[in-house]
Design a protein around this ligand. Structure first.
Ligand SMILES: Nc1ncnc2c1ncn2[C@@H]1O[C@H](COP(=O)(O)OP(=O)(O)OP(=O)(O)O)[C@@H](O)[C@H]1O
Length: 658
């Protein structure tokens, strides 16, 4: 065989090979991605040459073959691409590849944080991270080209000789270093192909079988894809996970290239939302599972793929965050996500509502974090409401659906019966309730604990919004800042005047005691409960059926509740229910009315407490406990007292009946 050249690779840095071998230790596996990417490029280039009419051979069945020879400890990657002439090897491998690797290493070594995303830029020379010898056997597509064989043992010297290869394309053969033998295992290589090369546009074969999936759904035109295509792709990327709620297909060429499909998953409390799960690709080559620097923080819980050759990959992560293009891409993604949500809100309200529980968290988090995002979405934030909104009232536009492929879009009525609770925007709520309570919004943060209060508001025709997701406590403060003209009242903070009856009877002075009935009730409770920090208020709650209203309610004024929450936050303890609160006793309730009589009948008894006064006492405690239950759970001691008293009370009642 004719030796064409033996020579020295020009070195500018001291010696690049030991650095390549050692300093990128943790990511040795990326060599495969680099070599397979080069093979794909070579195949694409041949296709272009063929289009240009400069190559008449067959390019219809390109492929990349990976072969392992465990005995010889070699791994080879062959392509049916453009190949290289001897001059091209000298130029591209000895000079271009080398100088770009050198440049990369210099940059990498001086980078303060070494986390260079994806280690892009090392290219062909990354083979030396795992190989002691690298050989190239290549034949250019050009007429009459001579096949050549290049070999380099990791020192700066190489040999270039003629080869007997007869098919155009290139085979790169690595003789693995002893400590890199894992790359001579088929399972390891298959796993790497799946990770890095799964969506590369050329079949990659091992032992005659195609290993990569190849079809990169995000590169296809959205109009050619069905929902099932998107769902299948999601299932492929995230197997054994719940179905996604909604997806956004990004497909832009200008002013930067960004393609991708982002899915809204169902949020699960055990998922760490600060860790992105979006897969980053560069021209279908997998780069990283971590897109934290590229995706706006509030969209990190999204999943899917993002493919952009415009994201600089050979810079450190911190530099990436500062990069202008990356910031523009982040803004673009946020805008697209917002557009998609608006589209869903306008065109498929039912679905929007159905997934709101999960999507709402993204939206609210986004509004809290990003002003632009907020401006786009503030009008489509919805709240579950106690109002019964008929579809007509919720102002649903007709939906357009495409019936059959090729058919024109047709209008269908969207008023398929609304099931489940009604939802409203804040503006709709305020408008609807303008006449009754202008600029006032009632809300509930716990539909179970605050059920009595919600019921009371509802029975008096006051509409209550549910703000009970984990992000809502922050979101309410945000709403208050955004809508300073609106007063937001939690249902258990105070009792609106509209819920109270002007109860004349309770205000009549009883000549025997010289007190009004409300004053008497107040006194009975004060004496029985004997809690100086507790304020007792008496009101008659409005109702058609007083028996259906609660005999008493515990109110925690807004400012006290906030103070408590803040203290809890500072002291990192769970918030204790404050001793200062209000017990609102409902003078309209029959139980409370009986209580006055019961208590009075006891007064006649003289010394000590009469059995009826004792009973009245017990009932006061009991009524108070029942009211407290709606605000907080009991501790062990409270529970024991409550159960014990309940039993005593029941015993007493049965005694009296017998
Ligand atoms: N399998 C191949 N077939 C044909 N030419 C190749 C092949 N592998 C490498 N080359 C040539 O060698 C050059 C240098 O490759 P190298 O991987 O170092 O850098 P690159 O591909 O240009 O850029 P990158 O740093 O993104 O990988 C390529 O540009 C190409 O011309």
């Amino acid at each position: 065989m004719t030796v064409l050249e033996q020579g020295q690779i020009t070195i500018h840095t001291e010696n690049i090979f030991p650095i390549i071998k050692k300093s990128l230790y943790s990511d040795h596996e990326i060599f495969l991605r680099e070599l397979v990417s080069n093979a794909v490029d070579a195949i694409e280039k041949l296709k272009m040459v063929s289009y240009a009419g400069e190559f008449s051979g067959d390019t219809s069945n390109p492929e990349i073959t990976i072969a392992i020879d465990a005995e010889k400890n070699t791994l080879s990657i062959s392509d049916t691409g453009i190949g290289m002439t001897a001059d091209e090897v000298k130029q591209y491998i000895n000079q271009v590849a080398f100088s770009s690797a050198e440049e990369f290493i210099t940059k990498y070594q001086s980078a303060s944080d070494r986390q260079i995303i994806g280690h892009f830029g090392l290219g062909f020379y990354s083979a030396f991270m795992v190989a002691k010898t690298v050989e190239i056997d290549t034949l250019s597509y050009k007429e009459g080209a001579q096949a050549v064989h290049w070999s380099c043992d990791g020192s700066p010297s190489f040999t270039l000789e003629e080869s007997s290869r007869t098919t155009h394309g290139t085979t790169i053969t690595l003789t693995l270093q002893d400590e890199e033998k894992e790359y001579a295992e088929a399972s390891r290589i298959k796993q790497l192909v799946k990770t890095y090369c799964d969506f590369m546009p050329v079949p990659i074969k091992m032992d005659g079988e195609q290993v990569n999936r190849q079809k990169a759904l995000w590169r296809e035109s959205p109009s050619s894809l069905t929902d099932e295509d998107y769902l299948d792709f999601y299932r492929y990327l995230y197997p054994f996970q719940e179905e996604p709620l909604l997806w956004v297909h990004l497909n832009t060429d200008y002013p930067f290239l960004v393609k991708g499909i982002l899915y809204f998953p169902k949020l699960r409390p055990d998922v760490d939302v600060t860790k992105g799960q979006i897969k980053l690709f560069c021209n279908q080559v997998f780069v990283s599972d971590h897109c934290e620097e590229i995706i706006p923080k509030f969209l990190l819980p999204m999943r899917g793929v993002l493919d952009s050759p415009d994201i600089p990959l050979n810079v450190s992560r911190s530099a990436l965050q500062m990069d202008r293009t990356v910031r523009k891409i982040a803004d673009f993604i946020a805008k697209k996500v917002a557009d998609r949500l608006k589209e869903q809100y306008n065109n498929n309200r039912q679905e929007y509502i159905r997934s709101w529980q999960d999507i709402g968290t993204f939206v609210k988090f986004g509004c809290l974090n990003d002003d632009k995002f907020k401006k786009q979405l503030e009008d489509i934030i919805i709240y579950r409401t106690t109002a019964d909104l008929k579809p007509a009232e919720s102002d649903q536009p007709a939906v357009e659906v495409q019936a059959e492929e090729g058919d024109a879009w047709k209008q269908v009525s969207s008023d398929s019966k609304t099931e489940g609770p009604s939802y409203t925007t804040l503006d709709e709520y305020l408008e609807r309730n303008k006449a009754r309570h202008e600029n006032q919004a009632f809300y509930c943060t716990d539909s179970v604990a605050q059920a009595t209060y919600v019921q009371l508001h509802k029975s008096q025709g006051l509409e209550v919004l549910f703000m009970d997701s984990f992000i809502d406590p922050h979101f309410i403060s945000f709403l208050e800042r955004e809508h300073t003209e609106v007063k937001f009242s939690r249902v258990d903070a105070e009792i609106d005047d509209k819920l109270i009856e002007q109860d004349k009877a309770s205000e009549i002075v009883d000549p025997s005691t010289n007190k009004t009935r409300s004053e008497q009730i107040k006194e009975i409770f004060e004496q029985a409960l004997n809690q100086p920090k507790l304020t007792i208020r008496t009101e008659a709650l409005k109702s058609e059926d007083p028996q259906g209203t609660p005999p008493a309610m515990v109110l925690l004024p807004e400012f006290l509740r906030r103070l408590r929450d803040m203290n809890a936050l500072v002291s990192q303890e769970s918030a204790k229910f404050p001793d200062e609160h209000i017990l609102l006793v409902n003078t309209a309730h029959p139980l409370i009315q009986h209580l006055t009589e019961l208590s009075q009948s006891g007064i006649i008894q003289g010394e000590g407490k009469s059995p009826s006064a004792e009973l009245a006492d017990m009932i006061c405690h009991h009524v108070y406990d029942l009211a407290l239950m709606a605000q907080k759970g009991f501790d062990a001691e409270g529970m024991t007292t409550f159960v014990e008293r309940s039993n005593r009370l029941l015993t007493r009642l049965t005694e009296q009946r017998s």
